[in-house]
Every structure is written in structure tokens, then in C-alpha cells.
Design a protein around this ligand. Structure first.
Ligand code: ATP
Length: 353
């Protein structure tokens, strides 16, 4: 049995159903991320595990124990919030020690445990400082140390990086990941940032409108999305419009799938060839003309108007090569295995034909 299990979790707020029967299992030491757009129910699920908001129905089990019957402060769960929730009038040390107050830990042990927690988040040197003068990143480390100092059975983090600027967000997410692996606490992390989820997680649970779309490793979620929602939400996607151009492309690749309602391909799985270039075994050639060209340094996005619709081709490492000119004739090369088909309900279909 998994370490933490939520089974058939339902949460209703009067007439609105925020969670429609979700089930997850998290293993010991696992970094598990709830990812989804605003309002999909991530925070509601996290708060139900923390005990701030009980479920309407369903079960939550931690290490074999029924959590729903235990009040929040007795669950031994550490929580880190989006706003740092540090006390401005308390030193860094006292902010972290605050978590131990209700637990009646002897003074000597408070000292060692706070020192350990501060060292884990690289704040030992600032223990006596007041947090007011500290950066957002440092304040969030205080939040993390305070959550960890109680030696929680589970660590919950609700968008802890969303108030930080982009560069710091990347730095701190690496650090959170390192610390989590070192202290080996099962962690549930909430974010709406797909790149952050890919970078930090052992497994990701993609949610939409109160239900789970897919649970898997970052590679499975990005590389093998099981629904159109997941494919669109994590990474970018070209959707090929229905029509003669798409049909010609599919028949060229030996694909015939009447049940497929959506055909898609990721921009980085397309390649740009010269005008008149032919395809090959398992590769179709789509003639087209360059539209917009966007240079982004480490990559470039090239829009191409083809018979099978407007597609974006992502070019890795464009270097200093000159921008492609609008109107230039080119060929888009489409590998059969790069195509992803979904049925009318958005469920992924295996390629057939
Ligand atoms: P965000 O990223 O914006 O926090 P989220 O995925 O965490 O989004 P939740 O906060 O879990 O979403 O909210 C899920 C849905 O439940 C939302 O539509 C929200 O409006 C609704 N909701 C949350 N709390 C309450 C409440 N106390 N009363 C009524 N509706 C609520």
C-alpha cells in the first residue's frame, strides 16, 4: 500500500463540486506535484490532506492511518504557503522555532533542530536577523525550514515560488528539489507552472475541472500525454485542421483512423527542409511557405503555412543564421511517430493503419 492515499475524494462547496472523486497515491520520499490551471481543485485537494477543509466524501490515509479523523494540528504535516507567512517581529531563528512551540520540545532540542533546519535551507548565517530585510527567496526558505523543523510525515507546498521573479524561481526550485531528496520527506507540491512541474517532480498529477487527467513521470506526461488537455497544457502543440491536406498527410504515412477527431504534433518534432524535399520511410513532406519567424536565442519558432494548415516548427539552436524570410518556399518534414491522435472526447488513440 502507498504511503499516502486519497481515494474517491469529493469536495462540494454548496452546489459547486470542486473535486469530483479524485484518487492519488504517493510513495515514501516521493516528490508528487499537482499541476493544473487556476480553479482545477489543486489547492482544495492539498487543504483536504492538511485538514483545513475536510472532504465531502472519500478517504485519506497516511502510513495506514485514517487522516480524516485526526485534527489538522495532530497530523504531523508541514506546510509551505505562497505568501511566506513569516512573522516580521521575530528573528529567523524564532520564526523557525515557532513551529515547535505547541509540541513542548525541550529548549536544548529546539536549538539543535532549528539549527539543522536552517542549515538545510542555507540560512544558518542569518539566524539572528529579522526577516523584514530579507529577500522573497530568503523568506520562503524560512517558510521551508519552519515546515521541516517539526520532522513532518508529509510536506505540502502550495505554489511556494509564485511570488518570486523568474530567475529566483528557477534557483529555488532546484534547491527545494535537492533539500527534499536529502531529507527524504514525501512531498506534495502545487503549481500551475508546467515547466516547474517537469523540473521538480518525481511524478506529476495533471488536474482539470476537479478531476485527474493523467498521473505519470515528467517524461510520461510530456512525451506520452493520454489526453488532449494534458498535451495542450504541458508543452505546446500544433493542431492540424481537418481537410484534404490532413487526409493527404495521413494517407502518405499509412494512417487511417476514422475515430480520430484531433491530430496534433509538437513543434519540436517537426523539421524544416528545403523546397521540393521529399519525405521517406515514415516521414511525410508538407510543402509550405514561411510566415512569421521568431528568434529566441536558444531556439526559433517558424510559422509555416502548409496544405495541412498553419504549423509552428521549433528549431533548436538557430545560432546566428539569418532570419527566414516570409513567403520563402520550404518543406515541413513530419515523422509518423510524432503525430498524436485523440478521439472526440480528447482521449489519446494509438496510431493505427
Ligand atoms: P488556484 O491555482 O487558482 O488556487 P486551484 O486549482 O488551487 O486554483 P482551488 O482553489 O482548489 O483551485 O479551487 C477549486 C474550485 O473550487 C474553484 O472553482 C474555486 O472557486 C472553488 N472554491 C474553492 N474554495 C471555495 C469555497 N470556500 N467556497 C466556494 N467555492 C470554492
Amino acid at each position: 500500500m502507498a504511503y499516502l492515499t486519497v481515494a474517491d475524494g469529493v469536495k462540494e462547496f454548496s452546489t459547486f463540486q470542486a473535486l469530483g472523486g479524485v484518487s492519488i497515491s504517493v510513495e515514501r520520499g516521493e516528490f508528487f506535484t499537482l499541476l493544473g490551471p487556476s480553479g482545477c481543485g489543486k489547492t482544495t485537494l492539498l487543504r483536504a490532506i492538511a485538514g483545513f477543509n475536510d472532504l465531502t466524501s472519500g478517504s485519506i490515509t497516511l502510513d495506514g492511518q485514517n487522516l480524516r479523523s485526526i485534527p489538522p494540528h495532530k497530523r504531523d504535516i508541514g506546510m509551505v504557503f505562497q505568501d511566506y507567512a513569516v512573522f516580521p517581529h521575530l528573528s529567523v531563528f524564532d520564526n523557525v522555532a515557532f513551529g515547535l512551540k505547541p509540541r513542548k520540545v525541550p529548549a536544548g532540542e529546539v536549538k539543535t533542530r532549528v539549527a539543522e533546519a536552517l542549515s538545510a535551507v542555507h540560512l544558518s548565517a542569518l539566524a539572528e536577523r529579522l526577516p523584514a530585510a530579507m529577500s522573497g527567496g530568503q523568506q520562503q526558505r524560512i517558510g521551508l525550514a519552519r515546515a521541516m523543523v517539526i520532522n513532518p510525515r508529509l510536506l505540502l507546498m502550495d505554489e511556494p515560488l509564485s511570488n518570486l521573479d523568474a530567475k529566483l524561481r528557477i534557483e529555488l526550485r532546484e534547491e527545494i528539489r535537492d533539500i527534499q531528496k536529502r531529507v527524504d520527506i514525501a512531498t506534495i507540491y502545487v503549481t500551475h507552472d508546467q515547466e516547474e512541474a517537469l523540473a521538480i517532480s518525481d511524478r506529476i498529477c495533471v488536474m482539470s475541472a476537479g478531476h485527474i487527467e493523467q498521473i505519470g513521470t515528467p517524461q510520461q506526461i510530456y512525451g506520452n500525454p493520454q489526453t488532449l488537455f494534458v498535451a495542450n497544457f504541458v508543452g505546446t502543440l500544433n493542431t492540424l485542421p481537418e481537410g484534404a491536406g490532413l487526409n493527404a498527410l495521413l494517407s502518405g504515412l499509412g494512417l487511417s483512423q476514422p475515430s480520430a477527431a484531433h491530430w496534433t504534433v509538437r513543434p519540436e518534432r517537426l523539421a524544416l527542409g528545403v523546397a521540393g524535399e521529399k519525405g521517406g520511410a515514415g516521414i511525410a513532406a508538407l510543402p509550405g511557405r514561411i510566415g512569421k519567424y521568431t528568434y529566441l536565442g536558444r531556439e526559433a519558432h517558424v510559422q509555416v503555412e502548409t496544405d495541412a494548415g498553419l504549423v509552428v516548427v521549433q528549431i533548436a539552436n538557430p545560432g546566428t543564421e539569418a532570419a527566414r524570410q516570409p513567403g520563402e518556399a520550404v518543406t515541413v518534414l513530419v515523422e509518423r511517430a510524432a503525430l498524436m491522435a485523440f478521439d472526440a472526447d480528447g482521449k489519446r488513440l494509438p496510431l493505427e493503419g
